[in-house]
Design a binder for this molecule. Structure first.
Ligand code: BGC
Length: 223
């Protein structure tokens, strides 16, 4: 019961996605809170872009509020790679987490704290292609594993020089296609771990609430 999945609907618009999420939620006997990782730019729970879904339909969709309303529990929504990052980063030093799937997800963390989201996926890496088009799943199928691996090596080289990370995690459904031994500070890991990012997200929120409360109490006792 701890891990369930359903296929992305088509067209992947909010209405269809919410229906699938409703269906998915019924597979669990109970839950107190909702955390969602969304494949696009999300600000304060509101979807701004959804490059690999029905993009136009998602613009300004308040997914966080809609989830809470539909499922009757408080919800938090962040970018999908950010959620994965929270789940798998060690929390020590400067860590970059990338996910290889339909799109190229990226999360950057300093001592476990998420840095505001960078959509590296849409930075041009060749004259014609952004990272999604260069190493996304569709391209892996088109060019084959060998050429794709050469591109992944090139991309890692770029990330290393640009971000100077202490550790790089490579996750996502296509990560298992990597066929070379990476450098020592690179960790290749599975997808399922991402689920834990949802709990982390709530933990961070909870700690903030407790912190704010303590500050308020201190201010009041000083007055
Ligand atoms: C999106 C990112 C997302 C990534 C992986 C990209 O196309 O722009 O926001 O994290 O795909 O889903």
């Amino acid at each position: 019961e701890d891990y369930q999945r359903l296929p992305t609907p088509s067209p992947a618009n909010p209405k269809n996605a919410m229906q699938v999420i409703q269906e998915l939620s019924q597979k669990f006997s109970g839950f107190d809170a909702i955390a969602a990782g969304f494949p696009g730019y999300v600000k304060d729970g509101v979807v701004k872009t959804a490059p690999n879904l029905d993009n136009a339909a998602w613009a300004s969709y308040n997914l966080q509020k809609e989830l809470a309303d539909a499922l009757g529990k408080p919800a938090l929504v962040v970018n999908d790679a950010d959620m994965q990052g929270l789940a798998i980063a060690s929390g020590k030093g400067l860590e970059l987490v990338v996910t290889l799937g339909t799109g190229f997800g990226t999360a950057f963390l300093k001592d476990g704290i998420l840095i505001p989201h960078l959509e590296i996926a849409h930075h041009p890496v060749t004259k014609k292609k952004d990272y999604d088009a260069y190493i996304g799943e569709a391209e892996l199928k088109r060019i084959g594993v060998e050429r794709w691996n050469r591109r992944i090596k090139r991309v890692i080289g770029i990330l290393k020089v640009v971000f100077n990370y202490d550790r790089l995690y490579i996750s996502g459904g296509c990560a298992k296609q990597i066929n070379f031994e990476p450098e020592d500070n690179i960790i290749i890991t599975g997808n399922k771990d991402g689920i834990k990012g949802g709990a982390k997200l709530w933990q961070v929120e909870y700690e903030l609430v407790v912190y704010r409360h303590e500050m308020l109490m201190r201010m009041e006792s000083n007055n």
